[in-house]
Design a protein around this ligand. Structure first.
Ligand code: ATP
Ligand code: MG
Length: 250
């Protein structure tokens, strides 16, 4: 459903010079699976997800999403993808209902379809209680649920989530995780970035550890555990990116 091939994005920064934010990244995500991208700050997660969502063009390499090329068929990709960015913004003066409907119309949904989707998402994400509240009066958790609803209003096959639980409390984060797994169980394909090891461990069918723009390790949790002889994902992560030399201090 998602295939990245030697995907590379080079930024040219006046002060820092050439930055290879994503560097030869290749991976596949099978339909109906959750793929977790795990990486340190600056590892290239957001850039990789933005390339897949067609918000950036690759410098070299390629990627397809739902069979369409991100560089040459961006419209087709966008119609099939919901992208939740860490910076996905809401319009403060609109109510939650208005906000979600606005994005539904942008996607060209007909009124009856839009009404149905809104009702579905309000049930799944438990939005009913604050559907008619203005977005600037919402808590962080409510805002995030609203952002997810607006990202998925067109019922995309592929969901791309950049750190969807950032800043959420335990219960709110669990609700988001439960929702993401529910989407997977209904056949959606999900790619998900996070820093939270426990979450990746719980949610992801496959984990890709990204370091300096490329994959340092990839596999199911069980495969990674076997390969590194460690049970904790955090230890696997540290070993994979080579940040700590062995043996571990007692
Ligand atoms: N528009 C840009 N122009 C220049 N450099 C950029 C740009 N966007 C990202 N970078 C650089 O690319 C590298 C990767 O950044 P990216 O945001 O993809 O990392 P990340 O893994 O999402 O990090 P975080 O966990 O902090 O969100 C960083 O060095 C960053 O400074
Ligand atoms: Mg990021």
């Amino acid at each position: 459903m998602i295939a990245a091939r030697a995907l590379t994005k080079v930024f040219h920064d006046r002060k820092r010079g050439e930055i290879r934010a994503v560097d030869g990244l290749s991976f596949d995500v099978a339909p109906g699976r959750i793929y977790g991208l795990l990486g340190a700050n600056g590892a290239g997660k957001t850039t990789a997800l933005r390339l897949l969502a067609t918000l950036l063009r690759p410098t070299t390499g390629s990627a397809t999403v739902a069979g369409f090329d991100v560089a040459t068929q961006p419209q087709q990709v966008r119609a099939r993808v919901g992208f939740l960015a860490a910076s996905t913004a809401l319009y403060g003066r609109l109510t939650v209902r208005e906000m979600i409907r606005y994005f539904g119309r942008l996607h060209g949904l007909a009124e009856p379809v839009l009404a149905l989707r809104l009702a579905q998402l309000a049930d799944e994400l438990e939005l009913h209680e604050f559907l008619d509240r203005r977005c600037d009066k919402l808590s962080t958790g409510m805002k995030q649920r609203t952002s997810i609803a607006r990202t998925l209003i067109h019922d995309p096959e592929v969901m791309i989530f950049d750190e969807p639980t950032l800043g959420l409390d335990v219960m709110a984060a669990r609700a988001v995780v439960r929702f993401v797994r529910g989407c997977r169980d209904r056949g959606k394909t999900v790619i998900y970035s996070t820093h939270v090891m426990a979450e990746a461990q719980k949610v992801c069918d496959t984990i890709g550890i990204i370091h300096r723009g490329g994959l340092a390790a990839e596999g199911s949790l069980a495969e990674l555990q076997a390969r590194y002889g460690e049970t904790e994902l955090e230890e696997i992560f540290v070993r994979a990116v080579g940040l700590e030399a062995e043996p571990r201090a007692m």
